[in-house]
Design a protein around this ligand. Structure first.
Ligand code: IMO
Ligand code: MG
Length: 430
């Protein structure tokens, strides 16, 4: 049962897609277990860029079964577009399985997400506006519409009718918006249902069988640990379980079947949307990182906030995920800086804090305490072996390992599949 969870250790956008692609080259099954198309996972293969929001990125590897499991929320328009996009680019037909239990993002979810952000004004979350929160709200309230209902015309018709009555009341009476048309939604979603139906099955049973047949399974986490609904920087979080444990919750696979957890962290920190960010750099170094790292959202195109590597936050992530290895991404971006910094603790007045506080009243007071290291001037993007990296880059990697308390098993020095240096291959294996 060689199964691996890949999980983001920061606020998302850690380049998990790249690590999943790398680790899943000899995988049998790749699984998305949480979130929806608020995720943006990019892979670059032979210079060609592939962007995924709903499909697992492992879908690109031939012979892989891709699973969209129970815990995911699906915008069927986006899913159908991604499938058509792959076909148009002549990639192998995707062997896709979709859980009948996954919830469907409806037009009113997207609208309510955006209207609620407007209503909150300066207290907004900075969501992606994709309807993720409202869809999970309905799931928890037990009024959500699931894939198994979408593909059953009669059930869908009655569930839509029942839900739209309430949603239209809310849209018109609370937000002063126009009501949505039941007939239009029904027609649009029936077209998606036809396209999606052939892929729907009991993915929990399928995964269990794969586990029992010793198949190599990669669980592809979306977003990042600090955006987890329970463990993240609430309320500035997403609405799903982004931690490694989410792989069990979102698929129906038990915790004893997971063999390895790989945490993915960028060599610096980024965040999109609102919320606390102790190591944020609102200066030219922040701009330098944003431009070199092309730190603009895959999903929304928003410029990402950039800052130094926050070892307090990543140490917390290592703990809540049980991470056994770190993939340290985008080291090439830091090249050219005289000094580089790693936040090793926080300070509130004279008090030193080493455990990441999830209480916002504390977190907003935290100032970073930095370790300063010499930077490196060399362009490292073509380097293939760890030994050939500049001494200062190796020191930086070592410092991250020590201060987080988890070994760095691989680093990336560029966006391409080949720009990956494996340091401890055994830690990337189940
Ligand atoms: P990947 O998988 C970065 C952030 C949003 C916002 C908050 C809530 O690409 O790493 P939501 O639309 O989920 O209700 O927004 O969460 N967010 C992400 N930030 N990468 C992501 O995914 C994110 N998914 C959600 O910016 O602050
Ligand atoms: Mg993203």
């Amino acid at each position: 049962m060689p199964s691996i969870v890949i999980v983001g250790m920061q606020w998302g956008d850690e380049a998990k897609g790249k690590v999943v692609d790398y680790v899943s080259q000899n995988a049998d099954v790749v699984v998305r277990y949480n979130g929806g198309n608020n995720a943006g996972h990019t892979v670059v293969i032979d210079g060609e860029v592939y962007k995924f929001h709903t499909l697992p990125v492992g879908a690109l590897n031939p012979g892989v079964t891709s699973v969209i499991a129970d815990g995911v929320v699906i915008d069927p328009a986006v899913l159908v577009k991604e499938l058509d996009g792959l076909k148009a680019r002549n990639r192998n037909a995707v062997d896709l399985k979709i859980s009948g239990n996954a919830h469907i993002i409806m037009p009113y979810h997207k609208l309510l997400d955006q209207l609620e952000e407007q209503r909150k004004a300066d207290r907004k979350i900075g969501t992606t506006g994709r309807g993720i929160g409202p869809c999970y709200e309905d799931k928890i309230s037990r009024i959500g519409i699931r894939v198994c209902e979408l593909i059953d015309q009669d059930q869908f018709s009655s569930r839509l009718s029942e839900n739209l009555k309430i949603k239209n009341e809310i849209l018109t009476k609370i937000y002063g918006a126009s009501p949505l048309s039941e007939a239009e939604i029904f027609a649009e979603y029936q077209a998606y249902a036809e396209k999606i139906a052939p892929y729907v099955c009991n993915t929990s049973a399928l995964l269990y069988k794969a586990v029992k047949h010793n198949k190599r399974i990669i669980f592809e986490g979306a977003h990042g640990t600090l955006l987890d609904i329970d463990h993240g920087t609430y309320p500035y979080v997403t609405s799903s379980h982004t931690v490694a444990g989410g792989a069990c919750i979102g698929t129906g696979i038990g915790p004893t079947e997971i063999n390895r957890v790989i945490g993915v962290a960028k060599s610096y920190t980024t965040r999109v949307g609102e919320g606390w960010f102790p190591t944020e750099l609102q200066d030219e170094t922040g701009d330098y990182i944003r431009e070199r790292g092309r730190e603009y959202g895959t999903t929304t195109g928003r410029p990402r906030r950039c800052g130094w590597f926050d070892a307090v936050a990543v140490r917390f992530s290592a703990r809540v995920n049980g991470a056994q290895a770190i993939a340290l991404i985008a080291l090439d971006v830091l090249a050219g800086l005289d000094k580089v910094r790693i936040c090793s603790a926080y300070r509130i007045d004279e008090k030193i804090i080493v455990d990441f506080p999830t209480d916002p009243t504390q977190l907003k007071e935290c100032l970073p305490v930095y370790d300063e290291l010499p930077g490196w001037k060399e362009d490292i993007s073509g380097i293939k072996n760890y030994e050939d990296l500049p001494a200062n880059t190796k020191d930086y990697i070592k410092h991250v390992s020590e201060i987080v308390g988890v070994p760095v098993a691989m680093v990336s020095v560029g966006r391409g599949r080949e720009q990956t240096i494996v340091i401890r291959p055994e830690l990337l294996e189940p």
